[in-house]
Ligand binder design. Sequence first.
Ligand code: ZN
Length: 928
Amino acid sequence: MKTGEPRCKEDPSETFKDGITNGAHWYDVAEASTGAPLSDAVISVAGINHNITTAHFGDYYRLLLPGTYNITAVSPGCMPMTVPGVQVIEGKATELNFTLAPLSNKSISHTTTTNSSPSNTPETNSSNSHSSSSHISDLTHINTSSSASGPQPLQPQEFRHHHNSDMDLFLQRFSTKYPSITRLYSIGKSGQGRLLWVMEISDNPGKHEKGEPEFKYIGNMHGNEVVGRELLLNLIEYLCCNYGSDPEVTQLVNSTRIHIMPSMNPDGYEIAQEGDVSGYRGRNNSNNYDLNRNFPDQFQTITEPRQPETIAVMNWAKSYPFVLSANLHGGSLVVNYPYDDDLLGISSYSRSPDDGVFKMVALAYSRENPLMYKGHPCKDIKEYNDEYFKDGITNGAAWYNVPGGMQDWNYLNTNCFEVTIELGCVKYPPAKELPRYWEQNRRSLLQFIHQVHRGVKGIVTDSKDGTGIPNATITVEGINHPITTNRAGDYWRLLVPGTYHLTASAQGYKSVVTYATVPDGDAEIVDFKLTRDPSSPVIQPNTHEEEFQSFIKQLSVGPGLDQLIQNTATPSSFRYRGYKELSEFLRSLNLNFPKITSLRSLGQSVEFRTIWALEISKNPEMPEPSKPKIRFVAGIHGNAPVGTELLLDFATYLCINYGKNAALTRLINETRIIILPSINPDGRELAKEKECSSSVGMTNAYGKDLDTDFFGNASQRSTEAQPETRAVMELIQQRGFTLSVALDGGSVLVTYPYDKPVHKGVCGIVKDKSGKPIVGAVIVLNGGVRVFSGEGGYFHVLLAPGSHSIEAVAEGYQQQRQKVIVSSYEAAIPIVIEFDADNRIFGLPRELVVASAAAAMTALAITACIIWCVCSVKSNRQKDGFHRLRQHRDDYEDEIRLTSMGSKKSLLSHEFQDESESDEDTLYANKL
Ligand SMILES: [Zn+2]
């Protein structure tokens, strides 16, 4: 345990199962004359025919049941030595150090025996603070007594409550001090704009190493449950300080990519109070939502708006090939594993297909925390005093029903297994108790990370060229939970020890079946070589969805997005360009990438500056009506220039990666992206480099706020539209856009079909009886949302799974109505609406439409994904949508929805709604 490579591996079932819960011994063996540690000394216990040997630092570890033993240490060249009557008591390791005398020397050997004090047995009824002090003194004692005989891991020094700025500095300090094993990155911002930090600790920070599993810890999701936050900072300190000297830490960091997020809810933390035992102040985020009820759920519809912290974590979880994770809470003392809820919403055991694995990893944690393992955690707190958790673990739903929790979402939507760990009965204990929490959880935290190396792992490759196959499926017979391979074809499948029947399959390949035996405490390597199947089955209806997911994964785990986030996260790369510079920049993009860009002027501002539209697509000059068009607009308010810069970066990113990154290439090939970086260049020029909060430059040169200058139709106008508005209106009224994204300063308005299974929709063609496409037909969805058919009669619309009614109206034709079912499984539903006096409907070749629909939807979601990532790291907090939300919150429930879907006053946002809003549960606007 101490070394991370206990050699009791050789005899795992016996010692691991029984010994660890009860008593253990650990030793240091040193040579007397020099004090040098003796490795490979043999430790034998009289009466037990199983010897162990000391590790590199002379340390060793002998699991034993409580009792009295005679123990002998033997090392070549030294006098053997026996210590009789060593007592092992319940729940606490006994320390026994040997100092062996060299054979050539007659000096007397001596031993140090330090039995943990009998008064310190865990079942004492002493209060927490009491036992706290004794634990600490033990710790100190151990360090002192063994310092002469081989290095002990250094313990963290910083035990205090770290407020947000303190925590930020702590993280920066460690990432600066240990650059070779750390990378500090942010995955987004909280509701109040605080960065959500993650510390990566790995021997190759910033890189996924083929075959190396990724692990994460998340703390402080409930802002007032602070123990996890502090423990994770302690863990960062522990890993950093002991890397290279402590064998366990070194081995762990070398073989695992560890991501640590100390605080998921920094806003809630700010208002939480030290001493809070079981309160709620600061539990929720700044919009007063409980983040652990905010994730999409398999049984219930979560109606509360998805929070920025939630979205950031979801996006993060999908961007890395995480294998195992824990979410650290407080208020009880137990490891809680999926599922957290059930169909009926009642408290009863809700078994996931991987119940055995979850129990194994949960027990790995609880076993190392004696108090937790005893299962009567909070006897001193009245309302919980009868709670009992056998072995310190519980199925989530068996305890109480939690819809919308994070752990189930991880398990159901990624390859990552997550549990929720309650670290103590007091949510916000006084700072002086923090050392005790570290001591109680230190072993557990490390042991839990070791669990990522259990089960089977390997690589799925193409037998012909040896390349890894991404998104291949690994299925275990009897467990209905396939795992998919990462970009390089590597995979991890956590399993309890046993023999399994494994299948690897991938599109276009013959499946391979094999058996594997998973040993205790280690992962079995099972590589698969797949051969291409020339008679690959015809494309299944599900293929597009799978392809889509593979596509997203490929993009998200590849260096592309990762790097993009890293690059854009650097504030130094961020600068405001004035009008002249912006125009030059757009021109040079066009000059450098003439094949995939076209630049045109939409018109001019009041002061005769050009309003540019940059198109990025495969054939920018050719009309391709079957391709979906996506529009990005920024700079409505000249004083909020962030959106403009974002779009310029985004455009550069797309152009540079065309032909390099497969996903982006496909995106550009299959869609038409129109970028309007600045529609108020006059205001922008005025506001340039001014304070963001200044209102200088918000309006155009006539003092008109352009955001209020867009109206749904011309007849509603009482005044003439501004020149800028007129220029942009022309583009808007082309009506061919499938998705529109408006970036206004920091408030990013993206309707983002984020969760599986929401990348769905309807696409089709409106034609008349003769087959002639009808342009400009109005498609009314569910009686409200409207889109228009564009060139070639094509239309696209995003819809949530479910039943929808579609009406089509075109001048001179009879109105048509259809019901469509958008399934959760198919990528997009093709529809052909034909106008005809007879009302007769006929279809296009189905294949054609299906292909086009799938391509469209895929591309859309990817764009949204990219944009979301870019925005999440860069957007500033001005005009933060959640601030607006909060203002309205107290007034009306409906108001929240309305605001969260975007202001209805302008056509820009209106249209946005028109084309995308169809189901608030799945298609939502996210304002950062
Ligand atoms: Zn909690």
